[in-house]
Design a protein around this ligand. Sequence first.
Ligand SMILES: Cc1ncc(COP(=O)(O)O)c(C=O)c1O
Length: 397
Amino acid sequence: MDIEVSKIVQGVEPSATLAMSAKAKELKAQGETVYNLSVGEPDFDTPKHICDAAVDAMRAGHTRYTAASGLPELKAAVVADYKARFGLDYASSQCVISNGAKHSIHNALFATLNPGDEAILPAPCWVSYTELIKLCGAVPKIVATQEQDSFKLTPEAFRAAITPKTRMLLLCNPSNPTGSCYTKSELVELAKIAVENGLFVVADEIYERLVYDAVPFTSFPTLFDGLQDRTIVINGVSKTYAMTGWRIGWLLAPENVAKKIASLQSQETSNPCSISQYAALAALKGDQECVAAMRAEFEKRRDYVAERIAAIPGMTAPKTGGAFYVFFNIKNFLGRKYNGVQVDTDKDWCLELLQQKKVATVMGSAFSAPGYARASFAASMDTLKTAFDRIEEFVKE
Ligand SMILES: Cc1ncc(COP(=O)(O)O)c(C=O)c1O
């Protein structure tokens, strides 16, 4: 007898970014050198003082269940950090620590969306949003943004997408996959529309510490009074402290929502790893020099990658304002043969680039934006140099 998979789970697509990474790993296992620009994680090691805190936590016996919604000390540290950097007042009971920001997003959506509700999702958008919204039985309302607007949602497009079923805007700032970063005034316009239409906002700010050009980051609930009550902020240690494998993320939400999410998590997963929570605590409370150093290195690479793209005739990309991605237009390079292989779509292009030049990127269609590709610059300068030499060769041949 075949066990039938539930209707809701049947509809879930596998992560395309992970699929490209898997293909790159497969080539590597065959002995090929692969220049992997498909990954969404810092290439730095987790700073030593954070690893030491994890070892100390184990030795001190912090190896048991913690409170299901997270260690009180860690919640207090998150809340203190938001107060110190953004002037926001949250109670610890408004914070839930989870198994990575992805889990926090799932919790936020699951706790707030009912079947049939519409969630507005500016595209290009991160691969998991659409699937997580669908898992709640809700409907992702994908709103295309334009390259000439640096892929930012405009007030007009936002307004036009709202229907009586719309409940929520899911905004990723800085954005994966586009690297776009909203200014304060752009966010204010969007926030006003959300308020006028009775919507709440899930603000995924996981890349907020990785912003460039000395432009200050604006956290969504700081925009004007009252917005904190209709915003769920998502953040975590994965990208800021090179801690993707430790699986610690969090959300900050209105008290009633956070309390229900705490109950949900207590039934679903219990606490996130106790040792990782102590490591995250050390990350937040320790010296922030490691963050500054990683950010500065990413900015150098961002500049290098932008130069390389600008030097390829026919290839364009908006300037990356934050995160570690560049989202580039490959429409001029489709509809032709590469070494005898016909390449018509962004997916073909990325697969042939990997097959022929051993450079892994991710196709724009995985982010609901066909005709583009995403390259991550969370890779060494040497890797970036060789990868872009090869991309240049590939399109010129
Ligand atoms: C926009 C965005 N949000 C959330 C996450 C998830 O982060 P975590 O590894 O903490 O689950 C990612 C990771 O790629 C991301 O790009």
